[in-house]
Design a protein around this ligand. Structure first.
Ligand code: M3P
Ligand code: FE
Length: 311
């Protein structure tokens, strides 16, 4: 089998300021499927076409942002091996017991050089997408409730020392570099953004160099088509959701996109398209001159908010 090791982004736990308002937003405007609430009051969601129990956990807090991001790995033996590899690379790990998140097995947790709490896990209950495993229809009612992304696609995180994250993800977790943005020529063109894949996607995770650790730029939600991205924009308009950028296309990754804000000010993206890299791809570089087109290809505009607003 070609895809082993780390499989995909599996969950994010996000902080929200008002749980009731956010619950309505994620359920009825973004159109996720609510799958549970735990004893701590955290609320769980999945996208309609995901099959595991959840991909998003909301926790009420007095500041917005991201608590942790979790990636699913192939199986328990892979998890054990990666735990040893992470430790050998020099990061301290802890085991979070099974059941700490609903319907989720043990997780191996550590903190990335950029200050983000990152987890690997092998087990989460298969709840299915509601269409069944035998002769399923292509979609059902949940695919037409709100914006209705099909899956959690990737996240973009901001923090210091992305060079160390790049080394860690490529040397330990089996990711490869797909695209990068470099800084000014005078500074020797250091990497200021990296787009990393553990799959066939243009990115499963991306990082931007930023002085403050542990920051969230956006969680990205996969849409099946550009028309569906435009329709997401219609739904944002109908619901007075504040939009940051788009609808437009990133030059970086070639994805079609809207960036907008949830009720707590956490940015999210509705995203589709891109191309399909393999691990032998030669990374694409965006220079300072090209940065504006990398972010917003048609306008060639380096939107100020991209660099300055994070949670
Ligand atoms: C994304 C994406 C820049 C592009 C950002 C891209 C800063 O958020 O999902 O591809 O050029
Ligand atoms: Fe994105």
């Amino acid at each position: 089998m070609a895809m082993t090791g780390v499989l995909r982004p599996g969950h994010a736990q996000m902080r929200v300021l008002d749980l009731a308002e956010s619950r309505r937003f994620y359920r009825d405007v973004l159109g996720l499927v609510e799958t549970g609430e735990d004893a701590q009051g955290r609320v769980y969601f999945k996208c309609w076409d995901e099959r595991d129990h959840h991909c998003l956990v909301l926790r009420e807090a007095d500041r917005a942002g991201i608590d942790l991001i979790g990636f699913k790995v192939l199986n328990a033996a892979t998890l054990d091996q990666l735990e040893r590899d992470v430790q050998a690379w020099g990061l301290a790990t802890e085991r979070v017991p099974a059941g700490e998140l609903l319907e989720t097995g043990e997780r191996v947790r550590f903190t990335l050089p950029t200050g983000h709490v990152f987890e690997l896990y092998a087990d989460k209950t298969h709840v299915g997408n509601g269409l069944g495993q035998v002769n399923p229809p292509p979609w059902g009612p949940a695919a037409d409730h709100g914006i209705a992304p099909t899956r959690l696609d990737h996240c973009l995180l901001y923090g210091p020392n992305i060079a160390a994250n790049k080394a860690f993800f490529t040397q330990v977790l089996g990711f490869y570099l797909v695209e990068r943005i470099v800084g000014p020529v005078e500074a020797g063109e250091p990497e200021i953004a990296i787009f990393l894949s553990c799959s066939h996607k243009t990115h499963d995770i991306a990082f931007v160099e930023y002085p403050e650790p542990g920051k969230l730029h956006h969680l990205s939600w996969r849409m099946p088509t550009w028309e569906r991205v435009l329709r997401a924009g219609d739904i944002m308009g109908m619901n007075k959701v504040p939009i940051d950028i788009g609808p437009t296309r990133h030059g970086t990754t070639r994805g079609e996109t809207i960036y907008a804000w949830d009720p707590s000010g956490n940015r999210f993206e509705t995203f589709c398209g891109g191309y399909e890299p393999y691990p032998d791809v030669q990374p694409i570089t965006w220079t300072q001159d090209g940065f504006g087109h990398g972010l917003d290809f048609p306008h060639g505009k380096l939107h100020e908010s991209f660099l300055t607003i994070v949670t």
